[in-house]
Ligand binder design. Structure first.
Ligand code: PAF
Length: 300
């Protein structure tokens, strides 16, 4: 990775927050010799141990030219609103979260030369206190969401290849988001409810539930115009379970740390979409309710 990185990156990157995926990306930038800084609620530097290496991240100095925003779906709008006053007129913003991208409120906030992107990733990362582990090799799909992004595609693609690569570039992120949604709809609620790592889901006792969830997701994806082949999808889910076996999913971690989960944007999104097409979703509805109950219990 480091050998292929240019001596002078075209853009200087800032990562928002200190979640597992954000710190994975920031660490990979740093280890590839790229300058990178963090934008946090509390303006302070951050020291972590990444894959057993101590790394130091400075707090962001403004203005910001290129920003990776790997915050939860429900926090994206307020994160972008907070960034707006410190962005350069041609800044590039890359969103990354589980669930569907809801960018209709974000695009109108940006200037004509400010690019908006989305990157969806299957990398697994786990943060425990100040330690971050890259727990699962994955891959990512990156898409420009406006014209200003398309003009900068080489620089952003090169950077995302370092941070969350290997990266595939696409013009239409939606099929990939449905694909990732199917993976998250299985792994995230089950690991949260059974309080287990992703690898546990390879056991025979979970296979019936996995099949039930996935069958429903494939039905609604088809109705929405993004068909997913059940057999292929099942194989992909099993692959992610294997490749991130040691990882605790983001939803399991949210429950453990008494945080709000992304259930609304994952199984909740599936249930809402299904209602539009009059498709019954008993398993996803039940899962959603169970996770919501668990979330209320742990956060009270
Ligand atoms: O949300 C997560 O934890 C991740 O998207 C994934 C790929 C399921 C790995 O844990």
């Amino acid at each position: 990775m480091a050998q292929n990185s240019p001596a002078q990156p075209a853009l200087s990157w800032t990562v928002v927050g200190q979640g597992a995926i954000g710190l994975l990306a920031a660490s990979r930038f740093k280890l590839a010799g790229w300058p990178v800084q963090l934008w946090l609620r509390q303006p302070a530097p951050v020291d972590i141990c990444f894959n057993q290496q101590p790394l130091h991240f400075a707090y962001a100095t403004v203005p910001l030219t290129a920003v990776l925003i790997p915050v939860k779906s429900y926090a994206v709008l307020s994160a972008v609103q907070a960034l707006l006053p410190v962005l350069t007129p041609d800044a590039q913003l890359v969103l990354s979260h589980n669930g569907m991208a809801a960018t209709e409120h974000i695009l109108p906030l940006l200037g004509p030369a400010q690019g908006l992107w989305f990157i969806t990733t299957t990398h697994g990362a786990l943060k425990q206190d100040a330690t971050v582990h890259h727990t699962g090799q994955g891959q990512s799909v990156l898409a420009p969401l406006n014209a200003a992004a398309k003009n900068q595609h080489l620089a952003v693609q090169q950077a995302m290849d370092i941070a969350l690569g290997p990266v595939k570039l696409t013009d239409n992120i939606l099929p990939f988001l449905w694909h990732k949604l199917a993976i998250n709809a299985v792994i995230n609620p089950l690991t949260a409810l059974y309080n287990c790592n992703n690898g546990e889901l390879a056991k025979v006792q979970y296979q019936q539930q996995i099949n039930q969830i996935l069958t429903e997701v494939c039905q609604v994806a088809e109705a929405a115009g993004y068909p997913l082949q059940y057999e292929k999808m099942l194989e992909k889910v099993q692959q992610v379970i294997q490749s991130t076996a040691a990882n605790f999913s983001s939803m399991q971690q949210d429950i453990i740390h008494k945080r709000r989960t992304e259930i609304d944007a994952i199984n909740g999104y599936i249930v809402t979409q299904a209602a539009r097409y009059n498709i019954a979703m008993p398993f996803n509805t039940q899962l959603m309710q169970q996770v919501l109950q668990l979330q209320h219990r742990t956060r009270d």
